[in-house]
Design a protein around this ligand. Structure first.
Ligand code: TGC
Ligand code: FAD
Length: 393
């Protein structure tokens, strides 16, 4: 028989994964966790219900220091990748929409400028983006070009030293609230990236409504109608599809961790509920079928955390391969979805309401499994890596 205090610590960290983290990593994680407990969890059910997210949240996240936190210089904190991952885990334990806001800002928009931008572009945008004063978005997907971004139709053509952009981007997180859009376009010279400030003539946005997932997140269409940009708006170092795909590695890495947070929140909710819900005169957690479910959920959460941590250590050693990120996103998001669906059932009828976090996470994860490369695409990336045969086309 396990002592109750031991039981509690096993329930929350069965494999003692905390012992693998440094004091600084634990401190960053705990700071983000307490932010989520006070600033997100009391309100997130209502935000999800209303399909909104407060406009000042980016400033609060900037104050917390998580926007572009793993980038060096330009007002960014320059933490380890593992610390950034732990922050993503805590944010997504709150809601995938909050982690999305942070991922798109730091891993997609800021990273694109940091990696592929000029010194002027970095100085102009990154410090304000780290503070949350300017929100960024990342436009790669189009209505007819999702998993296959190489088929994009949004085009930029040269006109003297200017560029003229025509086309449309779809499903763009933060689109209508972004002060700057990073937009990827086909050109006669290959794929190129552009920084398009909000309000540029010919650039409009429209929000996508009636979503049943990622409701506490803004998702928009971006439309470009003869948008004229100076040469200085182009990201000078991005010369092909490798430009946007390199940014995706960063955001996918954050999702590997974030999905563990969503899974953990569902598991803990189910554990808590099943310990106090009495049926047939006993807590439902005392029934073998429910214990089997809880044991498997704990296993998946612990296994997914170890996977994320190993990718974090590889990334901090500059050894992380895109294929390993694909394995992480594939495995951890699928595991999180399984945990969320099981938790939903353990909560019975209560599992379908926003009074508990479970169905919100479950619905959110339906977006997480699709964006940043669908599970199928990541399975194909892993498949190609282990067989040496590409099968995308
Ligand atoms: P392929 O010919 O293989 O590659 C073209 C160029 O890109 C390079 N490359 C990569 N570079 C860095 N990281 C990666 N992961 C890379 N994958 C490929 C490659 O070396 C080549 O470079 P170069 O120098 O020779 O030009 O490209 P492909 O057309 O065959 O496509 C491969 C595939 C299917 C894996 C890729 O297209 C893909 O990943 N598709 C999925 C698209 C996707 O994930 N979209 C996400 C949009 S952003 C988003 O969803 C944000 S959600 C945000 C939120 O709210 O959290
Ligand atoms: P499709 O590519 O049409 O895929 C449909 C189905 O076909 C999937 O099951 C897929 O796995 C399968 N499939 C496709 N190709 C193959 C193949 N070769 N082999 C086997 N199966 C295949 N995009 C951005 O650029 N920026 C953003 O900020 C952004 N935010 C998003 C936010 C949300 C809430 C959502 C839902 C999406 C967002 N996206 C964003 C778009 C997202 O990246 C795409 O939805 C995703 O890449 C998949 O594209 P698709 O939806 O067009 O599906």
């Amino acid at each position: 028989m396990v002592e109750s205090n031991v039981k509690t610590s096993l329930a929350l960290d069965f494999l003692n994964i905390d012992s693998l983290l440094s004091d600084e990593e634990i401190s960053i994680r705990d700071t983000v966790r307490s932010f989520v407990q006070t600033k997100i969890l009391p309100y997130i059910g209502d935000w999800f219900d209303e399909g909104t997210i407060p406009t000042n949240l980016a400033l609060e996240l900037g104050k917390l220091g998580v926007l572009g936190m793993h980038l060096e210089g330009y007002g960014c904190a320059g933490t380890s990748a593992t610390a950034y991952g732990l922050a993503c885990m805590e944010l997504e334990a709150g809601d995938s929409g909050i982690r999305s806001l942070v991922s798109v800002q730091g891993s997609l928009a800021m990273y694109a400028i940091h990696k592929w931008g000029s010194e002027e572009q970095k100085n102009e945008w990154l410090p304000r983006m780290a503070l949350g004063e300017v929100i960024g978005c990342f436009g790669l997907t189009e209505s007819d070009s999702g998993s296959d971004p190489g088929s994009m139709r949004t085009r930029a053509r040269r006109d003297g030293s200017d560029w003229i952009i025509n086309g449309q981007k779809m499903w763009i997180t933060n689109g209508s609230v972004a002060g700057v859009a990073i937009v990827w376009c086909a050109t006669d010279e290959g794929v190129r990236g552009f920084l398009i400030p909000k309000g540029t003539k010919g650039f409009t946005t429209q929000n996508i409504h009636k979503k049943m997932s990622l409701r506490a997140s803004i998702t928009s269409e971006l439309v470009f109608n003869d948008v004229r940009l100076p040469a200085s708006a182009q990201l000078p170092l991005a010369r092909s599809l490798r430009g946007p795909l390199s940014c995706l590695n960063e955001a996918r890495y954050g999702i590997v961790w974030g999905s563990v947070g969503a899974a953990r929140a569902c598991y803990e909710s189910a554990l808590d509920y099943s310990s106090s819900r009495i049926q047939f005169g006993r807590p439902i957690s005392s029934f073998q079928i429910q214990q089997n479910k809880l044991a498997n959920m704990a296993l998946e959460v612990n296994r997914a955390t170890l996977l994320a941590l190993q990718l974090g250590r590889l990334k901090d050693a500059n050894l992380l391969l895109p294929e390993q990120v694909s394995m992480g996103k594939l495995g951890n998001v699928n595991a999180a979805l399984d945990v969320a669906r099981t938790a939903r059932q353990i909560l019975g009828a209560n599992g379908i309401t926003l009074e508990y976090p479970v169905i919100r996470h479950m619905n959110n994860l339906e977006s997480v499994v699709t964006y940043e490369g669908t599970a199928d695409i990541h399975a194909l990336v892993v498949g190609a890596a282990i067989t040496g045969i590409e099968s995308f086309r």
